[in-house]
Write a protein that binds this ligand. Structure first.
Ligand code: ATP
Ligand code: MG
Length: 563
């Protein structure tokens, strides 16, 4: 838990912020969340959002939303909109501080000119392949570009003409002049501008040169007066470059601090891979309930509270690790257990006829909406002669320790009566298609006045009153804990699970759910949490199983404690 019990900062970032305020390096806290609008946000971004917005709020500061939109080829308005929706849903607010790196294109261009004037940047005519070849490797230094020593005037002229559109795409670049022998490859004269004729979702065709991410990011932080630029660990090796630009430009200098990227077992968290899943149709879209995107998790039935709780529990560390998917599910159960109304739903129905219950009679039982939240009140559940129970709750020949219904055995129907199975009806193939039962009127409400006990309580619905539904059961999207661990030459797609989705039609839910709206979440008693899918139409409800009731994480924690 990232909780502070002894006034100690909860993690190294908070410690660094406290230190900076103490030494006067900064006198306020200003952070930013900087997504590139080239995909939907995922649970890893949720971690970053909670850190960026959370730390700002804790120190009385502000957090900006800034789109790092420097690559028009991959960026789209659809992504911009989904990102804003997801951040708001998660519970954070950038107020009037919505920015785009593209708003700074003119300023960034001026910064580049300043570097050229200082002799710190040059126009290079090498092709992309040649630039790569000259760059060297981790063990070999790079070689200097033959264009490295152009005069300032020549560079100024060429850069202006790059902007004016005089040269074809990719024929020239502007590069920072740093050190081709640096052990840090990012400092080997990185490209800072490229020629690219592509319409930008905001600036249209105003530009045919675009700054590279590294050149845009730090300077955007500087322009916005960011104090702490918090990002994931893969940017650590870019930090010397981040600092170099700000120092050479002699402008306000924020501090970059890196934290571990979130990885989750059985999950991929790379936008490139998520896009591939969408584009190749392995899932229904970015918001498929099997996706680790915020829109997918939301559709599945995840709440913002559960995701924020998860982000707090995983804390902020400096070293990369993989978090168990079971922890995320555990956080959801904890939240929904408190809040989700209960309901009865029968997924694989088996018809039950109560032989001694009068035909045409109906009675209604008042049942708690949520035993964890008495203020939620009660709901009415109708009972009649013909019911459905789940096929799993009956065994003609019960195995040892199977206490549910079987011939001759008595069980409780939740909130209703004790019933006893007196006969079994089979079809021509010998499959059980109906149970004949009797009920004991004295057990109304679910207890026997003579003190007689039953070992099982089943959920059920009244056949004449129940509402039809389709239920989608989800399982992990990948079969491997680390989906990237694939056999030679086969990518992560080789580990896609063939069983990640099971659609059950012909399910029945209690009638109180008839008008349930998309997004509503219920606990189907004894089974799990189910969320109404937007696919639902009047009279045709569709539910996504968010998570089952079986808590894998509680088991893991228990074995960790005793182990
Ligand atoms: P990709 O996964 O395609 O490389 P990205 O995750 O870097 O892209 P950005 O839009 O650049 O996508 O990310 C915005 C912010 O979210 C960055 O500051 C990044 O550090 C952070 N972030 C992204 N993925 C994770 C993750 N898995 N865990 C923690 N933070 C993340
Ligand atoms: Mg990125």
């Amino acid at each position: 838990m990232a909780e502070k019990e002894s006034n100690q900062p909860a993690d190294f970032i908070r410690a660094a912020v406290i230190e900076d305020l103490k030494t006067g390096r900064f006198t306020r806290v200003q952070t930013r969340f900087p997504p590139e609008p080239n995909g939907y946000l995922h649970i890893g971004h949720a971690k970053a959002i909670c850190i960026d917005f959370g730390i700002a709020a804790e120190f009385g500061g502000k957090c900006n939303l800034r789109f790092d939109d420097t690559n028009p080829v991959k960026e789209e308005v659809e992504y911009v909109e989904s990102i804003m929706q997801d951040i708001r849903w998660l519970g954070f607010d950038w107020e009037d501080r919505l920015f785009y790196a593209s708003d700074y294109f003119e300023q960034l261009y001026e910064y580049a000119v300043k570097l050229i004037r200082k002799g710190k940047a040059y126009v290079c005519d090498l092709t992309a392949d040649e630039v790569r070849e000259y760059r060297g490797t981790l063990t070999e230094p790079g070689r200097e570009s033959p264009f490295r020593n152009r005069t300032v005037d020549e560079n100024l002229d060429l850069f202006a003409r790059m902007r004016a559109g005089e040269f074809p795409d990719a024929s020239r670049t502007l590069r920072a002049k740093i050190d081709m022998a640096s052990p840090n490859i990012n400092l080997r004269d990185p490209v800072i501008y490229r020629i690219l004729r592509a319409s930008h979702h905001r600036t249209g065709d105003a530009w045919c040169i675009y700054p590279m991410y590294d050149f845009a990011h730090g300077q955007s932080d500087s322009i916005e007066g960011i104090t702490h630029s918090l990002c994931s660990l893969e940017y650590e090796i870019h930090r010397p470059l981040y600092d170099w630009f700000l120092d050479e430009l002699e402008i306000y200098h924020p501090r970059q601090i890196e934290f571990a990227r979130l990885n989750v077992s059985y999950t991929v968290l790379s936008k490139r891979k998520l896009l591939k899943l969408v584009q190749e149709g392995h899932v229904r879209g970015w918001d498929d309930p099997r996706m680790p995107t915020l829109s997918g998790l939301r559709r599945r039935g995840y709440t913002a509270e559960a995701i924020r709780d998860f982000c707090e529990r995983i804390g902020v560390a400096k070293k990369d690790s993989t978090v168990d998917l079971a922890l995320l599910e555990h956080c959801l159960r904890e939240d929904l257990n408190k809040r989700a109304p209960r309901a009865m739903g029968v997924l694989k129905p088996l018809q039950v006829v109560i032989e001694n219950y009068p035909e045409g009679q109906v009675e209604e039982f008042d049942t708690l909406k949520n035993p964890e939240d008495l203020a939620a009140g009660t709901r009415k559940v109708p009972f009649s002669r013909v019911l459905y129970i789940d096929q799993d709750d009956f065994r003609e020949v019960p195995p040892p320790k199977y206490y549910r219904l079987s011939p001759g055995r008595e069980v409780r129907l939740r909130s209703a009566y004790f019933v006893k199975c007196v006969d079994v009806v089979k079809d021509g193939q010998g499959k059980v298609v109906e149970l004949r039962c009797t009920y004991d009127p004295a057990t109304r409400g679910g207890d026997a006045p003579d003190g007689r006990k039953v070992k099982a309580t089943l959920h059920w619905v009244s056949a004449a009153h129940a509402v039809p539904a389709e239920v989608r059961l989800y399982d992990r999207l990948f079969t491997k804990e680390n989906p990237d661990e694939a056999d030679e030459g086969r990518g992560f797609l080789a580990n896609l699970s063939p069983n990640s989705l099971e659609v059950l039609s012909g399910c029945w839910v209690e009638p109180s759910l008839a008008g349930a709206r998309a997004g509503a979440i219920y606990q189907f008693e004894r089974q799990g949490y189910f969320c109404v899918d937007p696919d639902s139409a009047a009279g045709r409800l569709a539910f996504n199983r968010a998570v089952s009731l079986k808590d894998e994480w509680a088991r893991i924690e228990k074995t960790q404690r005793s182990g």
